[in-house]
Design a protein around this ligand. Structure first.
Ligand SMILES: O=C(O)[C@H](CS(=O)(=O)O)OP(=O)(O)O
Ligand SMILES: [Mg+2]
Length: 241
């Protein structure tokens, strides 16, 4: 049986052998939830970039651009980091260059993996189906917050471990911890997260509906998969049928 492991912060990623694994990068609030939403609403592809400067260069090439720092949309870009802005007609058929505080960095740090995909509660079952298709060891990389642990990404890792419990073996205590945390929280994710740091940070910015939206399971059936420099949408066969 393949293994499922969890890396609680991008700062710990150097401890893991990425080669031979599928990495699932998760940033529930809000980067990976927004990526899934955008690709499900017709974005053609997304290039995750690390810096605001690099993102700006893409705009000179005619790309749509999205940039967020400290929860706020950076000025002079087309989109921020709210999933609701990724539902607009503006995204259809376009390529997006995107940079966020935590999520896009975690994706770039995972590049050495055999495959890098993007997970969120919004596409939880599709990510599980994709991993069943691949049959390789999995590492869930939690984007966390500025190098620190967060609850919401760990809950996603636990939810995925629950979904895959008959087909993937927990590699160590990190997976077991995420599994138990999700077991405790699963009946009321939003209530469980009410004191979580980033939930409070977003509330202080008057961002409420994003939190509720990002915690919904299985709204979309696509999995963003990294192909070269771009995330493109993929729908697993079992989800299609
Ligand atoms: O926009 C977000 O939700 C966060 C902002 S931050 O963590 O407060 O800087 O960015 P993300 O990269 O999606 O974690
Ligand atoms: Mg985040």
């Amino acid at each position: 049986m393949p293994f499922l492991d969890v890396c609680f912060s991008p700062e710990l990623i150097h401890l893991y052998e990425l080669k031979g694994r599928v990495v699932v990068v998760v940033d529930i609030l809000r980067a990976t939830s927004s990526m899934v939403t955008g690709l499900a609403h017709g974005l053609e592809r997304i290039v995750p970039v690390s810096s605001l400067e690099d993102c700006k260069l893409y705009s000179q090439q005619g790309y749509l651009t999205a940039a967020e720092r400290d929860g706020k949309m950076a000025s002079d870009f087309d989109l921020g980091n709210s999933p609701f802005s990724y539902m607009s007609e503006l995204v259809k058929g376009r390529t997006l260059a995107m940079t966020t505080t935590n999520g896009t960095r975690a994706i770039r740090l995972s590049a050495a993996a055999d495959k890098v995909v993007v997970g969120a509660f919004l596409n939880l079952s599709s990510v599980a189906a994709y991993l069943l298709e691949q049959q390789k060891n999995v590492l869930v990389v939690c984007a966390g917050w500025k190098g620190k642990f967060n609850l919401e990404d760990t809950l996603f890792a636990g939810a995925l471990a629950h979904k895959l419990q008959d087909s993937f073996e927990p590699e160590n205590d990190a997976t077991l911890a995420a599994w138990h945390l999700y077991e405790t929280a699963k009946n009321d994710l939003e209530g469980f997260l009410s004191k979580a740091s980033h939930v409070q940070r977003l509330r202080n910015l008057d961002i409420f509906k994003d939190i509720t939206f990002c915690l919904q399971p299985d709204v979309y059936d696509i999995v963003p998969v990294m192909e070269g420099d771009y995330l493109v949408p993929y729908t697993p066969e079992v989800i299609k049928s």
